[in-house]
Design a binder for this molecule. Structure first.
Ligand SMILES: Cc1cc2nc3c(=O)[nH]c(=O)nc-3n(C[C@H](O)[C@H](O)[C@H](O)COP(=O)(O)O)c2cc1C
Length: 183
């Protein structure tokens, strides 16, 4: 078959949809902020770490520089509108926690709270970073990690109960489909 090549508008479209998370940070003057991020990946199992690319012009970047820690909160498909809103507004202009009624709950090992409606969450501390282009690629140590018991099973998320939200591009979001067990 002679398939024609399609050149996407941007290279990264090829790597989407990607799981999207809500990053909650503690900022100067006691302010708490939330932003959406889909450029996130696990890095090492031996030394539990993840990496997230954060735009250096974002308020979240400023807050991470201030506190050096964050909670990574996993939304479900019902949260698509909220995830879009907190990913298209800045904590520099508005208080997103109040405006979008994000309910917070204390974390176990860090002093940054987490989002009570998330189906899973990680408590993380900045380990190191690399500046590339417009972003700071943060490597975080994972100090705590949880999945809600009612939506997790032997193979991780039970997708019949928790369809983890993925981001396509722009306003497009995806849910997870069927689980296939290989072998
Ligand atoms: C679904 C989605 C995913 C996003 N992923 C990222 C990301 O991985 N890194 C990033 O720097 N910005 C990402 N953004 C954009 C930020 O969320 C956006 O710039 C936000 O306004 C920053 O908020 P803040 O200034 O309060 O930190 C994403 C936005 C959306 C809607």
């Amino acid at each position: 078959m002679n398939a024609e090549e399609v050149k996407p508008k941007r290279f990264y479209y090829i790597l989407h949809p990607r799981p999207v998370v809500v990053i909650i940070t503690r900022c100067a003057n006691g302010k708490i902020n939330a932003m959406s991020a889909s450029w996130i990946t696990p890095v090492s199992e031996d030394h539990p770490t993840i990496a997230v690319a954060i735009d250096r012009t974002s308020f979240t970047h400023e807050c991470l520089e201030y506190s050096g820690e964050a909670t990574i909160n996993i939304p479900s498909f019902i949260h698509a509108d909220l995830v879009y809103k907190i990913g298209t507004s800045s904590g520099r202009e508005i208080d997103k926690i109040e405006r979008f009624r994000i309910t917070l709950i204390g974390s176990k090992k860090i002093s940054t709270p987490r989002w009570s409606e998330a189906v899973g969450w990680l408590e993380v501390k900045v380990d190191r970073y690399i500046d590339i282009g417009e972003v700071r690629l943060y490597v975080f140590n994972v100090v705590e990690s949880y999945m809600r018991k009612d939506v997790a099973g032997e193979w991780g998320w039970d997708t019949r109960k928790a369809s983890i939200l993925h981001h396509g591009v722009g306003r497009a979001f995806y849910t997870v489909g069927r689980v296939l067990l290989a072998g």
